[in-house]
Write a protein that binds this ligand. Structure first.
Ligand code: DGY
Length: 337
């Protein structure tokens, strides 16, 4: 733990003093950890990279002026007790459904996230999953690696064409639009989409906004999910939605695990009522259910959406920009609460 203390010396009322106690819950790329250490001597980094866990996070909220968690740290309402010292939570990640923002608001805590800087990298991951699932790339990789491959033949591991197919996007925010652009301009895909928010022109020739999420599920050959996590979208794609999809279709999830009913998805994949899926996120990370791991027609990635050195470094810098704005009494650029 660093020295320092709260004193409200500078910045907005109630903000920490010039030497805030800063706690970082996981390792960050070295370049941004160095910046952190330079700016906030005594910052408490997590050298082991082990998750703090519920009690560790509770203690951090009690001891730190500034907490810098990430998307795998669950800050639920019960952690925000009366003894909370934290004034600022700078989430390392664009999604913030890991934080009970209502509880944070009640305690007068500012919460920020990292939108924008991970858009392209995450959209690339969605395309990666579309291609891997359609072209059975993970099955092929497993076969080549294991020495089971017996040679080229006309009917070996036949997949589905991506080029010219119809892509459905649920959630037309930054990442949804970036996926649609890649799919249309790179792979000649037609785009249908739905977003519960006000309609916005995605700038894609021929793209059609359909009347509902169900319509998108019914129409598309590939459905890619880009809605936020949290209660409002939990099981947005459940058994009925999956049943509405074509049996030749693929579901891609780089958003949040809870958006898809994993049990129903495994059942549809097993029964062959859905051709395949590509998942980067899971309902109870890092647990990947056995019923999915047994299936060949689902590609499973370990939440790699934004995982490049450049992007993770940019995310760290954005957390720092948010923090310095807050400490200097300016409006943080990515405030969510
Ligand atoms: C995010 O920022 O929400 C991503 O899921 C992290 O990769």
């Amino acid at each position: 733990m660093s020295d320092g203390g709260s004193g409200g010396v500078s910045g907005a009322p109630g903000t920490p003093g010039p030497r805030p106690v800063v706690v970082v819950t996981r390792r960050w790329p070295a370049a941004v950890e160095s910046e952190l250490t330079e700016r906030y001597p005594g910052v408490r980094l997590n050298e082991t990279d082990e998750p703090l866990g519920t009690e560790g996070l509770r203690a951090a909220l009690r001891e730190a002026d500034v907490l810098l968690p990430t998307v795998s740290d669950r800050l639920s309402a019960d952690l925000f007790g009366t003894d909370v010292r934290t004034r600022f939570i700078g989430n390392f990640g664009v999604g913030f459904s890991n934080i009970d923002t209502e509880a944070a608001r009640r305690h007068g805590i500012t919460v920020t996230n990292t939108p924008g800087v991970l858009t392209d990298t995450t959209a690339d991951t969605a395309m990666l999953l579309i291609l891997m699932a359609a072209r059975r790339a993970a099955e092929g990789e497993r076969e080549a690696r294991s020495g089971r491959w017996t040679g080229w033949r006309p009917t070996h591991l036949l997949g589905t064409d991506v080029t010219g197919a119809t892509l459905g996007i649920l959630g037309m925010g930054r990442i949804g639009r970036a996926v649609a652009h890649r799919a249309h301009f790179g792979f000649g895909m037609s785009v249908v989409h739905y977003d519960a928010g006000p309609p916005a022109d995605p700038g894609i020739p021929g793209a059609r906004r359909l009347a509902s999420a169900r319509e998108v599920l019914r129409t598309a050959d590939f459905v890619s999910l880009h809605v936020p996590g949290g209660p409002e979208n939990t099981h947005l794609v459940g058994a009925e939605g999956l049943a509405a999809m074509k049996p030749t279709a693929f579901l891609i999830n780089t958003a949040r695990g809870e958006v898809v009913d994993q049990r129903a998805l495994a059942a549809a994949l097993r029964a062959g009522t859905l051709a395949g899926a590509g998942l980067d996120v899971y309902e109870d990370e890092p647990h990947v259910p056995e019923e999915l791991r047994q299936l060949d027609n689902v590609v499973l990635l370990p939440h790699l959406g934004s995982a490049t050195m450049g992007t993770r470094t940019a995310m760290g810098r954005l957390v720092l920009d948010n923090l310095s704005a807050y400490l200097e009494g300016r409006e943080p650029p990515c405030r969510v609460v």
